[in-house]
Design a protein around this ligand. Structure first.
Ligand code: CO
Length: 209
């Protein structure tokens, strides 16, 4: 892609937006009140807004390799704090995707240098669900299930934060686990049973006000 083309594309986009709504950018600059925090993968094939059919102002977005929510990661923790406490989003979504390079790398045993600690959190998901995953003989099916279980565990990591626990209690914030299937373009709701997960983890991770 020619980098100059991006600026031509932008000019066309601005003209197109203004032609349908002359106040479009003035309204955008008034502020944001998105209802969704979307935590997804940095993968170039998984564009957050486009796959959800939403536009600027609709979703607060955080992306990193393999849609991770590591509890000592100041970046994702700050995003969750800002979105949940200050923007008061109603939904937190963790969206993974099949054919995720980060998840694939965690299934292999190469030393990848600075990526090792990041991938280790994904490997921890494998260890937690080792019996279930090892029981799946087909490698592609095991890889897909690992992607889904990683989404589930990152949702659990979201729920472990005090900000999210408080928002669930006080205003009914909901957490969702989704997977984007690159092969079909479809977004899949994993329908994770959060009541069961909450019951299971709160004994250990509950943080009261
Ligand atoms: Co990915």
């Amino acid at each position: 892609m020619d980098i100059k083309k991006i600026f031509e594309n932008n000019k066309e986009w601005v003209e197109e937006r203004i032609s349908t709504d002359p106040e479009y950018f003035r309204n955008l600059s008034d502020g944001q009140s998105p209802k969704i925090l979307y935590i997804g993968c940095s993968d170039s094939r998984v564009s957050a807004e486009e796959l959800m059919g939403v536009g600027p102002g609709d979703a607060f977005v955080h992306r990193n390799i393999a849609n991770m929510v590591p509890n000592t990661d100041l970046n994702s923790m700050s995003v969750i704090n800002y979105a949940v406490v200050h923007l008061e989003v109603d939904h937190v979504v963790v969206c993974g995707h099949y054919y995720c390079g980060g998840v694939k790398a965690a299934m292999q045993s190469s030393d990848l240098g600075i990526l090792n600690p990041w991938l280790r959190d994904i490997r921890d998901v494998y260890r937690t669900h080792r019996d279930k995953l090892n029981a799946i003989e087909d490698e592609e099916e095991r890889y897909k299930r690992f992607v889904e279980l990683n989404v589930q565990e990152q949702c659990v990591n979201v729920i472990k934060t005090a900000d999210v626990q408080r928002a669930i209690r006080k205003r009914g914030l909901t957490v969702h686990g989704w997977v984007f299937d690159i092969h079909s373009g479809k977004l899949i709701d994993l329908k994770i049973d959060f009541d069961a997960i909450l019951d299971n983890i709160m004994e250990i991770y509950r943080l009261d006000d």
